[in-house]
Design a protein around this ligand. Structure first.
Ligand code: IMP
Ligand code: MG
Length: 180
């Protein structure tokens, strides 16, 4: 990206595509004879979701939920749903797709919210998993890469709404942090 040195990517575009493809194959097998509704969490899951869906070999439907993810930033603010899914999920198989699981608070909240609506099943798929940072007991059913406790950007992941459009995933350079 112009003017910023992100150094060596944590995951290149090719590595991401390979992993997304792997996940796509697994999910296609697991839901081969089911009617799956994939729910993407905006905005972070945008690119992951669009690549993952194209890696599937099964016919699925998709919907989106837009949520704030401030809960993990330590202020104890609750997760808020800015825009909800439109589908009635009662009795349906749901796969929640998110960019990253950090403390787990966001996914846990969304999961509980959706479970109350009575789906037949609800699983979680994340591209990145910061396992060491968990504050609530939750695990992803499908996780692309386990990553260390570093702040990462690109492929949908932002720092203050920037760098989502990087085609790879990189650790945010320290000098970019806390600059406006
Ligand atoms: P959690 O509720 O702590 O699991 O946080 C999840 C949300 O925090 C994600 O959906 C992201 O929006 C954001 N987040 C957590 N870690 C990172 C990161 O390293 N880069 C960019 N966003 C992150
Ligand atoms: Mg997010």
């Amino acid at each position: 990206m112009v003017g910023i040195d992100f150094g060596k990517p944590l995951f290149t575009s090719e590595e991401i595509q390979r992993k997304v493809h792997e996940l796509g194959v697994r999910i296609s097998e697991d839901y081969a004879d089911r009617d799956l509704l994939i729910v993407g969490v905006l905005k972070g899951a945008l690119f992951f979701m669009s690549d993952l869906l194209r890696a599937l070999r099964i016919s699925v439907r998709m919907d989106f939920m837009h949520c704030t993810s401030s809960a993990s930033k330590g202020q104890g603010r609750p997760v808020r749903i800015l825009s909800d899914i439109k589908e009635d999920i009662q009795g349906k198989d749901i796969l929640l797709v998110e960019d990253i699981m950090d403390s787990g608070v966001t996914i846990d909240f969304i999961k509980q919210t959706l479970v109350e609506r009575g789906p037949a099943s609800l699983k979680v798929c994340v591209l990145l998993d910061k396992v060491d940072r968990r504050q609530v007991e939750i695990e992803a059913d499908y996780a692309g890469f386990r990553i260390p406790n570093k702040y990462v950007v690109g492929y949908g992941l932002d720092y203050r709404e920037r760098y989502r459009n990087l085609p790879y995933i990189a650790v945010l350079p320290v000098e970019e942090k806390d600059q406006t």
